[in-house]
Design a protein around this ligand. Sequence first.
Ligand code: PLP
Length: 320
Amino acid sequence: MEESIAILENGKQAYAFSSGMAAIGAVFQSLKAGDHILLPDDIYFAVKKLMEEVFKRWNLSYNLVDMTNLAAIKKSIKPNTSLIWVESPSNPQLKLSDISAIAEIAHKNNALCAVDNTWLTPVFQNPLELGADIVVHSTTKYFGGHSDVIGGCVVVNDDLLAEKIKNIQILSGAVPAPFDCWLIARGIQTLHLRVKKQSKNAFKLAKYLENHPKIEKVNYPGLKSHPQYLLAKKQQKKGFGAMLSVLIKGNESETTAIAGKLNYFTLATSLGGVESLVEHRKSVEGKDSPTPYNLLRISVGIEHKDDLIADWENALSNDN
Ligand code: PLP
């Protein structure tokens, strides 16, 4: 499984972990006390919590920065900044970050650039080819593909970095069970088929929702209305991915009511499986979250596109 993921990401070494969070934690553990990290201001909320509640006590500091703004990134760098963390597209607002440009800024300042590539998978984006030093995945999502396994992975190209991650993997012990590795390895066999179909469905759904009078905004990098559509075309080689989010014209309870009316889209956390999911992120992230109250995050599956669109049409109609 590690070899497959390393090959797919065009990396030299990959190390498997028992969850995406364990993989992310391993990257932070590879830093030294006193180091400073730049995190995206809309990063997957658990990563910010991990920094705040665990690694701050180990004397790692961080700043949140708008990763779409290169000038802001340059300004936030400190003499002890050793890592810039990128999530592109971001979760759940689908903001894109220019990986090549950020990697260049990191390297000019003797820092590393790590990219969480969970959402696009190597089928659509290869951060190491764009200059990043580290790629992390929650293999729970698209690699597994069937919402029945939890896993993570760190991919690198540098032998010294590889040695550090490998030591943490072995000595900290957050390794995946053999059966879980088998499930993920089996998922990899259909990864490109699944994500291409999912991405096609997502594009069709995004187009439909963009024109619906009850939708305020659709966040999907494949739409020309996305502010970074051109970056998406340049950076995401073969597709726009299967995740999107929408802002509903309505208050919080109207927004959650719509999610509850969907049938094909199960109201559940996680993403990337063959079945479509929908989630009210603000409820999950808590009241301090910067996510809008009227945002629903959508993970599009492999069902027939007409069924998926009809489901939204029904949920958004005034007749129920
Ligand atoms: N990275 C991203 C972008 C995620 O969306 C998630 C989980 O939702 C994770 C990391 C954490 O992965 P895991 O649930 O496997 O610990």
